[in-house]
Design a protein around this ligand. Structure first.
Ligand code: SAM
Length: 229
């Protein structure tokens, strides 16, 4: 799988993909992640990629031309399954979307900046718009990193114990059960006895019950049909 990210702030994306599971997935050749600097596609001598908004008002807009050139160049080199624009008004990102995207071969993500990108890019070149939540960040780099991380950990082989990704929260519309490690007693705070019993089937049952109870208590919307996509 290949994920390309177009950004005006490549420095912001230097670290997120160089640690832990994503780093290992890259090393194993499961994913290739490329950061494309939008400023490489401007002829402006100051390398600017923003301009005033037509109609006035505060804030700058990402210019159409460098974005168009960057996307068209990348498209001429390979076919993209999705060209994603990160945007607060996009569809809300969740585990189902991460699952879908983890099955693709080539994904291009345009990280927005300023007041956002010229609407004509969204109308003509973007295939999917994704929000990571109902709040506004300064740029699309952190959303692009969050989306990429959620996708990569789902690629078979990215996590050594694949069960671990499958048993994460949301994977089956349930929250994950609580987890514990040694010591079994810390200052009188004890680990649930069942986890020390060695009865695999009973432990599995207990975990499932915990998942159900937590989901009902913390996120009842997840199990109501149709509310989670
Ligand atoms: N004017 C835009 C609006 O009100 O919807 C917000 C622009 S924001 C300052 C700059 C860029 O950050 C956006 O174009 C988008 O790419 C990214 N961004 C900000 N919040 C986001 C979110 N919640 N989800 C995804 N992308 C976001």
């Amino acid at each position: 799988m290949r994920i390309d990210i177009i950004t005006v702030l490549p420095e912001l994306l230097e670290s997120p993909f160089n640690h832990s599971i994503v780093k290992r997935a890259k090393e194993k050749g499961l994913v290739e992640i490329n950061i494309i600097n939008l400023r490489d596609f401007t002829t402006d001598k100051y390398k600017s990629v923003d301009d005033y908004a037509f109609g006035g008002g505060a804030g700058m807009v990402m210019m159409i031309e460098p974005v168009y050139k960057a996307i068209e160049k990348l498209k001429s080199e390979r076919e993209y399954d999705e060209i994603i624009y990160t945007s607060p008004d996009g569809e809300k990102f969740n585990q189902k979307i991460a699952n879908q995207l983890s099955l693709k071969n080539n994904i291009l993500i345009l990280a927005g900046h300023y007041k956002g990108v010229d609407q004509r890019i969204r109308d003509h070149l973007i295939t999917r718009e994704i929000s990571i939540g109902d709040y506004v960040l300064s740029g699309g780099e952190l959303p692009a990193a969050a989306i990429t991380d959620a996708i990569v950990r789902l690629i078979p082989g990215a996590i050594s114990d694949e069960q671990s990704a499958l048993s994460d929260s949301f994977q089956d519309d349930l929250l994950a059960p609580p987890v514990y490690t040694r010591p079994a007693d810390f200052n009188g705070w004890k680990v649930p006895h069942i986890l020390l019993s060695g009865h695999a089937a009973e432990i599995e049952n207990w975990r499932h019950e915990q998942s159900l109870e937590r989901t009902e208590r913390l996120r009842p919307d997840l199990t109501r049909e149709g509310e989670n996509g």
